[in-house]
Design a protein around this ligand. Structure first.
Ligand code: HEM
Length: 228
């Protein structure tokens, strides 16, 4: 059994605190969408929780960006290269078809490159676009420097609200797909365990796992026995 160190401690702590924060933001955010609850008092508990979780998310995103730039992990793991674009179709085929035939994932993570092309696209989209948009639109709701009053005055608050709510749905969809994908390792919990302990365990046999590989091995054995 080989052990590969994929997620350093700061990334793991960031990830789980961020996950809890996003879940809190989603739960409180959806609560505001329930008809009749829209006109909450400014002292409402969910509203305060949403605001503080939003501030936490801003701090976490700043940490993710600073750590990623300083440690080089952003360039190493998140940069989308030409070979990633070429690998999109193969990776999609794996998730939509090959995985159900028990075939092996065409991408194997290494400490130098831990995300497949689809993971890269999803993470860059969520961390590089959606999270900053949510932070910015969220901050505009907070009463700082009269910005909110000005936006109300020019009627722009509705547009900002629409963008913020759209982001909420994008986050919810991402979370469902992300958690499903997180269960697609060797066992349902192996990727999740890796995100907790940092290490991924891999069978020594490079062909190990996939039924296709097993079928190939069986065919070779059959051919060898025919020769005897
Ligand atoms: C309970 C919910 C969650 C679970 C079980 C989970 C699980 C995982 C796992 C297993 C990984 C490892 C890599 C992979 O398999 O893709 C991962 C990575 C990642 N997750 Fe989550 N996740 C959750 C919530 C979230 C949320 C809410 C976000 C919000 C943006 C998020 C963003 C990320 C990012 C950006 C990475 C890559 C981290 C890195 O640089 O290594 N996850 N997640």
């Amino acid at each position: 059994m080989k052990r590969i160190y994929l997620h350093p401690l700061p990334v793991r702590i960031w990830h789980w605190v961020n996950a809890i924060t996003v879940i809190l933001l989603l739960l409180t955010g959806f609560q505001f969408r329930v008809p009749g609850i829209a006109s909450l008092s400014p002292h409402n508990f969910s509203l305060a929780l949403h605001k503080w979780a939003g501030i936490t998310m801003t701090a976490l995103w700043t940490f993710w960006l600073t750590y990623g730039l300083a440690s080089g992990t952003l360039r190493r793991h998140y940069a989308i290269r030409r070979r990633d674009l070429r690998g999109i179709a193969g990776q999609m085929k794996f998730y939509l078809m090959s995985i159900f035939r028990g075939e092996k994932n065409p991408f194997q993570p290494t400490p130098e490159e831990k995300f497949n092309p689809l993971q890269k696209l999803a993470y860059v989209f969520m961390m590089g676009i959606i999270t900053p948009v949510m932070i910015l639109t969220g901050l505009l709701f907070v009463k700082v420097f009269f910005i909110r009053d000005y936006l109300l005055f020019v009627n722009a608050i509705k547009v900002i609200d629409a963008i913020h709510v759209t982001g909420l749905y994008v986050f919810a969809i991402f979370l469902v797909i992300h958690v499903y994908m997180a269960t697609l390792g060797a066992t349902a919990f192996s990727h999740i365990k890796t995100m907790i302990v940092g290490y991924e365990e891999e069978a020594d046999d490079p062909a190990g796992g996939g039924r296709e590989a097993a079928a190939e091995t069986e065919m070779t054995v059959e051919k060898e026995s025919e020769k005897l």
